[in-house]
Design a protein around this ligand. Structure first.
Ligand code: ARG
Length: 274
C-alpha cells in the first residue's frame, strides 16, 4: 500500500440551532418513535459538545434561534443549501417541518446573503444536496425530488448528479454518503439504486465503502473539513478506514438526536461564501 496523502483542512463556517425544543412528537422516518422518551438535557449536552468540537477544529459556528413547535429544527442541514453565497431555502416534504423554511429564509436575508431563493419543489437542503467540489451529489426517491435537483442546478450554478435512495432508514443522502474532500467520498452502496451505484463507482473509484453496521450507526452522517472527519463514535470500522486514508476521525456521541434519525452532519449547515 502506498503512503496515505497529507490532507489539508479548510476552515468552514456552519449554522447550528440549539435543541431547545427538540422532541420526537411525530414519526417521519423509521428511527422516530414518539412513544420512546427523549432526554432534552442530554440532547443539549451532546449538541454543545458537537459545537465545541467544531470550534476546536477552528471553524466558525453561527446560531439560528430555535422556535417552539419545530422539534426537528436542530437539524439545520435540511433548511437550505448555500453555494458561493447563493442560498436555496428548502421546501420540506412533511407539514410538521414546513415552518423551518421561513426561519431559514429570515436568517439568511438578515445575514445579508443574496440572492435567497426558496425551492418550489420538495427540497430538504443539504440533507440531500451534498456539495462535492464543483458538483452537487443529490439524493432523490425519499425526500428531495428530481425536479428539485434541476431547480438547484439552475439556481446554484453547479452541475447536479442525481442519485436514487432506496432504503427508508437512509432517507436523506447525508445519512448514506459523506463528502470527504473535493474529490473523495465515503458511502454505503446498498442505500442506493443499482444505476446510482454504478455512477458513483465511475465518478469516485477511490471512495471509502462503509459496511452496514457503520452505516446503521449513522457513521456516514459525518462532517469533513478535508482532514478532520467528525462522526459518531460507534462507527469504528469507518474511523479505521479514514485513518488509513490520511484523515483524522473525530468521534462524537449523539444518541438522543439519533432518536429523531439525526447525527452530527444533520445538525450543521455549511455556509459557503462567495
Ligand atoms: N427527524 C428529521 C427528519 O426526519 C431528521 C432530519 C435529519 N437530517 C438530515 N440531514 N439527515 O426530517
Amino acid at each position: 500500500m502506498t503512503a496515505s496523502p497529507h490532507r489539508e483542512p479548510r476552515r468552514r463556517r456552519y449554522l447550528l440551532c440549539p435543541p431547545a425544543h427538540f422532541a420526537v412528537s411525530y414519526a417521519i422516518n423509521p428511527w422516530m418513535d414518539p412513544g420512546r422518551p427523549v432526554d432534552r438535557a442530554a440532547a443539549d449536552r451532546q449538541w454543545r459538545r458537537l459545537r465545541a468540537v467544531l470550534r476546536g477544529l477552528g471553524h466558525e459556528v453561527l446560531t439560528l434561534d430555535p422556535l417552539p413547535g419545530l422539534p426537528d429544527m436542530v437539524f439545520t442541514a435540511n433548511g437550505a443549501t448555500v453555494v458561493d453565497g447563493r442560498v436555496l431555502v428548502a421546501r420540506f416534504k412533511y407539514a410538521e417541518r414546513a415552518g423551518e423554511a421561513a426561519a431559514h429564509r429570515r436568517w439568511f436575508a438578515r445575514a445579508g446573503y443574496r440572492p435567497v431563493h426558496t425551492a418550489t419543489q420538495v427540497n430538504e437542503g443539504e440533507g440531500d444536496l451534498l456539495v462535492a467540489g464543483r458538483r452537487i451529489l443529490a439524493g432523490s426517491g425519499l425526500r428531495t425530488t428530481a425536479p428539485a435537483h434541476r431547480e438547484a442546478q439552475h439556481l446554484l450554478g453547479l452541475p447536479v448528479v442525481t442519485l436514487r435512495l432506496v432504503d427508508p432508514r437512509f432517507y436523506h443522502l447525508d445519512t448514506a454518503l459523506t463528502v470527504l474532500s473535493d474529490d473523495q467520498i465515503m458511502y454505503w452502496p446498498p442505500a442506493l439504486a443499482p444505476t446510482s451505484r454504478r455512477l458513483l463507482a465511475a465518478l469516485y473509484p477511490n471512495a471509502i465503502l462503509a459496511d452496514e453496521a457503520d452505516a446503521a450507526a449513522f457513521g456516514l452522517n459525518a462532517i469533513s473539513d478535508g482532514r478532520h472527519v467528525v462522526l459518531p463514535r460507534a462507527a469504528a470500522g469507518l474511523a479505521a478506514q479514514l485513518h488509513a486514508h490520511g484523515y483524522r476521525p473525530v468521534p462524537v456521541e449523539m444518541p438522543e438526536l439519533l432518536k429523531a434519525g439525526g447525527g452530527p452532519k444533520c445538525c450543521t449547515l455549511e455556509l459557503r461564501g462567495a
